[in-house]
Design a protein around this ligand. Structure first.
Ligand code: F6P
Length: 326
């Protein structure tokens, strides 16, 4: 149902992702374009509970499209799991006269927005911003493309030293419960194997494959491991393989490096398109939904589906890696 909005808020929550600033810019400028007042909410839901509001104008978001992180800052807010915390958040929005809110983040951010929307008459809409790319309802989340390119740059460098020393490197990339970064980076970085949470692998088989590749003349290897993999801790995998094959193995954890840096053109454009679609979606009655881009078209997906439905892993990656790494 359509509702007339007067004043909307915007917040970023959970893990920051490159491109969030481009999203904030688009949301602010689109709100101003449609004659709405727009307020920045600092430090995610924690700042919302404390009433950390900042009136925005079109100029407030000048010169941020190229910046990583989020000018609004972010937080993980356990109070959102409690009724008392959510009541404070709703009260703060009401006191400020905010009747609609755009939240940028991942599944935790959307879960909180879904409950706040059900417990009040404030309209919430979500913009998918997480490097993990683990949300249903969009082909890609904001930040994923930049994170992949950042990790890839690191892997290219690691390959230089791996081949200089004839070592096996286990490179751990982010992805708490998902292997999207690992798959993309592994394929583009020429990895010999990719280990992800969605697929449990047999370490003996991994050792045998590496042994075979040494017989074929390989002198070094790169294995990309998603941090949330269910096979083993990356350090233990590296130790096991090193001992079993009697080769030197090393672990490199790329960690939060993947979250930083200037967003790629792909992420800036995605964030700009989704930011506009979020504000216009809210105006056109799409509260309780997350905006996304599927096959280059804007779609709106009910919040719940974004975490309940799971994007499947493209098994071409697993078919291609043994061929490409011969
Ligand atoms: O959700 C994005 C993410 O970067 C995950 O890949 C990672 O597991 C997590 O955030 C790390 O969170 P924090 O910065 O709170 O340690």
């Amino acid at each position: 149902m359509k509702k007339q909005f007067k004043k909307i808020g915007v917040l970023t929550s959970g893990g920051d992702a490159p491109g969030m600033n481009a999203g904030i810019r688009a949301i602010v400028r689109c709100a101003v374009f449609h004659g709405l007042e727009i307020v920045g909410i600092r430090r995610g839901y924690s700042g919302l509970i404390n009433g950390e509001f900042q009136k925005f104008s079109r100029r407030s978001v000048a010169n941020i499209i190229q910046r990583g992180g989020t000018i609004l800052e972010t937080s993980r807010c356990p109070e959102m799991h409690e009724g008392a915390g959510r009541a404070k958040a709703i009260e703060a929005l009401k006191n400020e006269g905010i009747d609609g809110c755009v939240v940028i983040g991942g599944d935790g951010t959307f879960r909180a927005a879904e409950v706040l929307g059900n417990e009040s008459d404030i309209g919430f809409i979500g913009v998918p911003g997480t490097i993990d790319n683990d949300l249903w309802g969009t082909d890609f989340t904001i930040g994923f493309n930049t994170a992949v390119n950042t990790a890839l740059d690191a892997i290219d460098r690691i390959r230089d030293t791996a081949s200089a020393f004839e070592r096996i490197f286990f490179v751990e990339v982010m992805g708490r419960n998902s292997g999207f970064i690992a798959l993309e980076v592994g394929m583009a970085g020429g990895a010999e194997q990719i280990i992800i949470p969605e697929v449990k692998i047999d370490l003996e088989e991994l050792c045998q494959n590496l042994k075979d590749s040494f017989k074929r003349g390989k002198r070094s290897s790169i294995i990309v491991v998603a941090e949330g993999n269910h096979t083993e801790d990356t350090i233990n995998i590296a130790k096991y393989v090193g001992l079993r094959l009697k080769v030197e193995s090393r672990v490199c954890t790329l960690g939060h490096i993947q979250r930083g840096g200037s967003p790629s053109s792909t992420d800036r454009i995605l964030a700009s398109n989704l930011g506009i679609a979020a504000v216009e979606g809210l105006i056109n009655g799409k509260k309780g939904h997350a905006v996304g881009e599927v096959n280059s078209k804007i779609v709106y997906t009910p919040f719940k589906e974004t975490w309940e439905k799971k994007k499947s892993i493209d098994d071409r990656y697993f078919k291609s890696i043994p061929i490409l790494s011969l």
